[in-house]
Write a protein that binds this ligand. Structure first.
Ligand SMILES: [Zn+2]
Length: 211
């Protein structure tokens, strides 16, 4: 996890912050509670499945009719065990619907961030992968700006800036914060650093002290 080298469009972070607060409010979660990624998906009408469920959906006909569909589902499910390009999650379009498939072998914290990332793509209306299109999932290309946007929005949804600030101010450890948000410790540390949470808290203490 590293700060993305490609710059986000101006103002994107502020919009992501506002959107993530609004989504939490709609779902009834405060800034210092976990906001489950699967409920964010549900709010947008996006269904979420472990990638292997595609086999059952295929058999039941729920994926619709596309040429070469079984080969494409097999390709997607095989990506889970691909050690060179490990599969996290993917939003795919089918019959006009959007579904997210995720790797159920990943940790719960990782699943949350993977699904939030895909929801970031969905909310930003990025062009996605389509089950019915003749593209190779293993070779799917990533637009750098889209990736940076989905990453930032996904992180903002999982660990909102103001909530993180409140929890750090209240003296919670990184481990406790990770537990609260159902996030990885790595992501908590990253958000704390990239948002300069500690520096801002120190500055506000200094200001209060000097005034
Ligand atoms: Zn992405």
């Amino acid at each position: 996890m590293k700060p993305n080298s490609s710059p986000l469009p101006p103002g994107f972070k502020a919009v992501a912050k506002k959107d993530s607060v609004a989504i939490r409010r709609k779902l009834g979660y405060s800034l210092t509670q976990a906001c489950p990624a699967r409920l964010v998906a549900k709010l947008y009408g996006v269904r979420v499945f472990p990638v292997f469920a595609l086999n059952n959906l295929l058999l039941s006909g729920a994926l619709g009719e596309f040429p070469d569909l079984d080969r494409r589902v097999a390709q997607l499910t095989s990506l889970v065990t691909d050690t060179e390009r490990p599969f996290s999650a993917m939003a795919i379009g089918m019959c006009g619907d959007k579904i997210i498939v995720y790797n159920p072998n990943a940790s719960a914290a990782r699943q949350e961030s993977d699904i939030m990332h895909e929801m970031g793509h969905h909310i930003c209306q990025h062009p996605g992968n389509c089950l019915g299109a003749a593209m190779d999932f293993a070779l799917r290309s990533h637009d750098e700006r889209c990736e940076a946007e989905a990453e930032w929005l996904g992180w903002s949804l999982q660990i909102p800036e103001d909530g993180l600030m409140q929890l750090v101010r209240a003296g919670h450890s990184n481990e406790a914060i990770a537990e609260i948000y159902g996030a990885s410790l790595q992501l908590v540390k990253f958000r704390r650093s990239v948002l300069a949470i500690d520096r801002r808290i120190a500055a506000s203490i200094n200001r209060a002290y000097n005034s």
